[in-house]
Design a protein around this ligand. Structure first.
Ligand code: SF4
Ligand code: FES
Length: 369
């Protein structure tokens, strides 16, 4: 196989610790404890290797990255290497002193998640009383410090009818960009799928609201709409193609082609404690497994879109068909596609079950499984 292009971005999952308990979280159900996290020096080396490799952006993520006491130090180190720094945060711990220190350290951009446009609904999903007001205050501090802001609004059946309110919220917070992101079902989100699944009508209506707002707000607010895969006709090019654009380092140092890859049986993930990031990117067996198109079975193998969407999402193919090399069922050429749409329709029509909130350790609902 020829040498791969350098990755564009590194998702640095600094920690799985988080004060929020969102049931849609894409982190693995088995969360990494603080004792297993990489040390400051390990992360510095990761950023050194990433810069050498040609990475342009680092997303400081988690869990909640501000739970790391060395966050400012790590941001400064990455900025010193010329890496564009984006903080992906729940923002409930983002006080004025921390925003100022991060701006001073060279952070360029902050992405804040919002669970709803209204405090009661948002706090219920976050499992954290007062989260919504804290987020709004933090977003204002981010803008006052001159940092670019993206509002990441996580949408599901309980809030998808309030897209217009979410757009108004993003405008009020002076965000440059809004992601209206329908939940994708991985990790805790997969566990809570029935509780989160929107109806097809909700998705259609939300899409129309976004389209009208995009036209009205061109030049003021950029709006992305992440359509739920289960109602799609064609899959997303997940991660821009496996091992093509992104790499993900877990809190414990494992290097993954995407945040969910550890669910796929048979893949072996190298660790930055043992091997250099560049070596892992170029030759790691997990990266090579689904890179390019040679691994594809039918119908992807002969499809004209095979190097546009790269067969969709490997993790979703595994979760829904039991085989990661299958065509993503979000594609209507997959033999599983109709069953998937039927499942989404049935789940969204049934009463929503209670949430299983994210937590360290196996939740009571799953014990014995
Ligand atoms: Fe994409 Fe495969 Fe579907 Fe073609 S068959 S559109 S390559 S997922
Ligand atoms: Fe793993 Fe899509 S989330 S390939």
């Amino acid at each position: 196989m020829s040498r791969p292009e350098p990755p564009l971005a590194l998702l640095a999952e600094l920690t799985h610790r988080c004060p929020l308990r969102c049931p849609y979280c894409s982190n693995p159900v088995e969360l990494e404890r603080a004792s297993g996290e990489l040390a400051t020096g390990d992360w510095r080396r990761v950023f050194d290797s990433a810069a050498d490799l040609g990475v342009l952006q680092v997303h400081f993520s988690g869990g909640e990255p501000t739970a790391r006491r060395d966050l400012v130090d790590l941001v400064a180190h990455a900025a010193g290497l010329g890496l564009y720094g984006n903080l992906i945060t729940s923002a409930v711990t983002l006080d004025g002193a921390l925003v100022a220190a991060l701006a001073e350290a060279g952070l360029e951009h902050v992405q804040i998640s919002f669970q709803d446009s209204r405090s009661a609904g948002a706090d219920r999903v976050a499992g954290f009383a007062g989260a919504f007001e804290k987020k709004r205050a933090a977003a204002r501090r981010v803008r006052a410090a001159g940092l670019a802001l993206t509002v990441n609004a996580v949408m599901a059946r309980h809030n998808l009818d309030r897209v217009q309110e979410i757009i108004d919220l993003a405008l009020d917070l002076d965000a440059a960009r809004l992601e209206v992101a329908c939940v994708q079902f991985y990790g805790w989100g997969f566990l809570n799928r029935a509780a989160l699944q929107p109806t097809r009508d909700q998705v259609r209506q939300a899409g129309a609201t976004v389209a009208a707002a995009r036209e009205r707000l061109a030049g003021t607010l950029a709006i992305d709409f992440v359509v739920p895969d289960y109602y799609a006709r064609r899959p997303k090019a997940c991660m821009g193609g496996w091992g093509r654009r992104f790499l993900n380092v877990t809190p414990g140092g494992r290097v993954l082609p995407c945040h969910a890859a550890e669910i796929i049986p048979g893949l072996e993930f190298d660790n930055v404690r043992d091997k250099d990031l560049a070596e892992i990117w170029r030759h790691g067996s997990a990266f090579e497994r689904f890179r390019g198109t040679a691994w594809m079975p039918a119908p992807c193998r002969a499809c004209e879109r095979r190097d546009i969407d790269w067969g969709g999402c490997r993790c979703q193919a595994f979760l829904l068909t039991g085989e990661a090399a299958n065509t993503d069922p979000a594609c209507d050429l997959s033999p599983y596609h109709d069953a998937l749409a039927g499942l989404a329709t049935a789940e969204s029509a049934a009463p929503a079950p209670p949430f299983v909130y994210r937590q360290m350790g196996r939740p009571a609902e799953l014990r014995g499984n």
